[in-house]
Write a protein that binds this ligand. Structure first.
Ligand code: SF4
Length: 469
């Protein structure tokens, strides 16, 4: 069979505002030049954008989350439209200074789940490694604005060592996500040092990088970068595009280089009021992403983070968007909509309800068009048939995090909030009805591995007695 090799995408036209028209292409396409020419003051921004009073006020305010915008990304802003979706993501307005109910500094309680500074171990088999607090540009809704942008909060070599040592001595970790800040603004040698040390740990199966650099600074995804990362496969990258306007020829060429280097690329976007809270915009976004070989992965509900109040939507808007995506376009193009639980509960997927009713042997479902159908379940299904195969696979321990699975597997019968039993005892005196002696009366029969072992043992003893042995 004849095989066809496609040519890499040719270098694109260079998206740039008139202010930078005379900058030579070599400079414009040099990521270091872009980083050192970022805009952050009223005077600099006014060279390319007609600022509103509200923007000027916020840019002049003290103590606001850092502002820095690469010339490339600033060129995507409509200079005369205050509602431009690119602009709303990176230029502050006075609305950022308005507090809102439930806002928090660390809404995901990440610092609470850090066994060592900068390492978040929230899920059983994976960790988040914050390698820097610096980014190429700064998003106004950043979840980590408590540390991001502040060079004094960034991590030292000693802290990288502590993070890596924790990963080395914790074999349950199979997946490391590098984030920050943005790992792709690290000095190339430092980033490679971290990747090579992680790759040398036998139990690390995959490494992931979460980065908005390809969107703010696609020139950073040059051939040297792609050659470097492909030495550390399997390595995955998630980028962060929120609006179709961010999908430029430069980003497309960068994704072409990255995917040719064998890196699977996904996209995480944040649902933002006035930016992308529309079924039609989201549909165009996911279509444009899959065209450049980027798989929509997550659509996040905006976190309860200081400064982001005006960018938040309702959760029902997110569900409406998912209703408009699932079934209406390719499954590949549909992200999972998640609410990152305030307080540190992790990502909670939220979706429209497609299961309408259930009865023994039947499930009533509806599709995206409102067509209602019945799935008849098998009456002779034997879920134990798989057990001999299952026993051949090593079960990964998830100490304390088995959750609902533990209930389904019969290891536990209920999950109660901390202090549940004490609250109901209401300080009452110890009584014979609830003495430790007879606590067994609350032990459900056959639930939990120890109990089952005990039952099997008693069963065996009984059989021995019956058979006279
Ligand atoms: S790129 Fe990521 S870490 Fe940096 S400001 Fe934006 S959301 Fe925050």
């Amino acid at each position: 069979m004849e095989t066809q090799t496609t040519q890499p995408m040719t270098e694109p036209v260079h998206t740039r505002a008139p202010y930078w028209q005379d900058v030579p292409d070599e400079k414009w396409m040099d990521w270091r030049w872009q980083m050192s020419h970022r805009l952050n003051t009223v005077a600099e921004l006014e060279k390319v954008i007609n600022l509103t009073d509200s923007e000027r006020e916020a840019l002049s305010a003290k103590g606001l989350f850092r502002v820095d915008i690469t010339p490339y990304f600033a060129s995507l802003i409509d200079p005369n439209d205050p509602h431009c979706p690119v602009r709303k993501q990176i230029i502050p307005t006075a609305r950022e200074m308005v507090p809102f109910q439930s806002m928090m500094e660390d809404s995901l309680a990440e610092d609470k789940h850090s066994p060592v500074p900068g390492l978040v171990h929230r899920y059983p088999d994976r960790v988040l490694m914050l390698v820097t607090t610096q980014c190429a540009s700064y998003c106004r809704y950043c979840t980590r604005s408590r540390i991001v942008g502040d060079p004094t909060q960034t991590f030292s070599r000693k802290e990288f060592d502590a993070q890596i040592e924790y990963i080395e001595r914790t074999p349950q970790i199979r997946d490391v996500l590098l984030s920050g800040g943005d790992p792709m603004v690290l000095a190339p040698k430092l980033l490679e040092m971290i990747l090579s040390r992680l790759r040398a740990i036998p139990h690390i199966e995959i490494i992931r990088i979460g980065s908005r650099v390809p969107v703010f600074l696609p020139m950073r995804v040059n051939q040297q970068f792609c050659d470097m990362v492909q030495k550390y496969h399997p390595l995955w990258i998630n980028i962060h595009v929120n609006h179709p306007k961010e999908i430029t020829p430069e980003l497309a060429a960068a994704m072409d280089r990255l995917t040719r280097a064998g890196v699977p690329v996904g996209n995480q976007s944040v649902l933002l009021a006035g930016v992308n809270d529309s079924v039609h915009i989201q549909r165009k976004l996911v279509h444009d992403l899959v065209k450049i070989r980027v798989r929509p992965y997550y659509l996040y509900q905006c976190d309860l983070v200081e400064g982001a109040g005006h960018l938040r939507t309702t959760v029902s808007k997110g569900i409406e968007i998912m209703e408009g995506l699932r079934g209406h376009t390719s499954g590949y193009a549909v992200p999972t909509y998640v609410v990152d639980a305030p307080g540190g509960g992790g990502k909670i997927p939220v979706a429209p309800n497609y299961v309408l009713a259930q009865a023994p042997g039947k499930v009533v479902l509806r599709n995206f068009e409102g067509f209602i159908t019945t799935y008849t379940e098998p009456i002779d299904y034997d879920p134990t048939e798989i057990q001999h195969q299952e026993a051949l696979i090593a079960h990964r321990p998830e100490p304390g995090q088995e959750g609902i699975v533990k209930l389904l597997e019969g290891e536990q019968m209920f999950i109660e909030p901390a202090g549940f039993a004490e609250t109901r005892a209401r300080g009452g005196a110890e009584h014979r009805l609830r003495s430790g002696e007879i606590a067994k009366k609350w032990q459900p029969l056959g639930v939990g591995a120890i109990e089952q072992e005990q039952m099997a043992l008693e069963d065996g003893e009984e059989q021995s007695v019956n058979s006279g042995q």
